[in-house]
Design a protein around this ligand. Structure first.
Ligand code: ADP
Length: 222
């Protein structure tokens, strides 16, 4: 993602966005990255791209994603590392990676090898009930990947033919993703907290309020 507004900020921030599905990681990461010239790296979006392109990885990943499961760690590792290594990547926001302790250990190893470190981990907090209510109203533009919400951020009429419900936003898959999040991803909260990198942000407010709060805690202009 390219920068639209150049600021005098350090654009080399290396951020991780954590939070359950539906916490708004993708929407907030996309906006922040484009405003401040960081690269938005969503492993979910990369995997959906692989599925659309019909690659071997995509065919393998699809089985897991549609059932609300995590794609096995070894399949996502190189996707994330290659995206970070790419030339256009100075600062970045990792959205959806790491998602397991194993992935976090690999990320740490990878950053050490690059003589880099994470700047901060933003943990977007939200209850299970609010997740279910949000995801059942989520829609996505199948071409651009932009997320919408039927009440809070309705998709523009002119995009209607591209607007779809993600296959993993079906009720059974949502419940499964939440269960997996609590079992496998939530332990990262403690992991990053011990490393003194974790900053919690309440994800329940309006889109703009959450965005301002993230900017505030990172000392970005709101
Ligand atoms: P959400 O945060 O709403 O679950 P994402 O687009 O981040 O949406 O991810 C969609 C799906 O892609 C996940 O449910 C999972 O199956 C898969 N996925 C994305 N990132 C990872 C990852 N780091 N490790 C394993 N699976 C992943």
């Amino acid at each position: 993602m390219t920068s639209q507004i150049k600021t005098d900020l350090d654009i080399d921030y290396r951020l991780v966005f954590l939070g359950p599905p539906g916490s708004g990681k993708g929407t907030q990461a996309r906006l922040l990255a484009s405003r401040f010239g960081m690269k938005h790296i969503s492993t979910g979006a990369i995997l959906r791209g692989e599925i659309d392109a019909g690659t071997c990885l995509g065919i393998e990943a699809k089985k897991y994603i549609e059932n609300g499961q995590l794609v096995p760690d070894h399949l996502v590792r190189s996707l994330a590392e290659n995206a970070i290594k790419s030339e256009d990547c100075k600062g970045f926001i990792l959205d959806g990676y790491p998602r397991t302790i194993q992935q976090a250990l690999w990320l740490c190893e990878f950053m050490d090898a690059e003589a880099e470190s994470l700047t901060a981990v933003i943990n977007l907090t939200i209850s299970n009930e609010d997740v279910v209510s949000r995801l059942s109203q989520r829609r996505i533009n199948s071409c651009t990947g932009e997320n919408f919400h039927l009440s809070n951020k309705p998709p523009p009429q002119e995009q209607s033919k591209f607007i779809v419900i993600r296959s993993d936003d079906q009720p059974d898959a949502i419940r499964q993703r939440l269960k997996i999040y609590h079992e496998l991803t939530h332990p990262l909260v403690e992991y990053y907290s011990k490393k003194k990198l974790l900053i919690a942000v309440d994800a329940l407010g309006s889109f703009g309020a959450v965005n301002s709060e993230i900017c505030r805690v990172l000392n970005f202009p709101g």
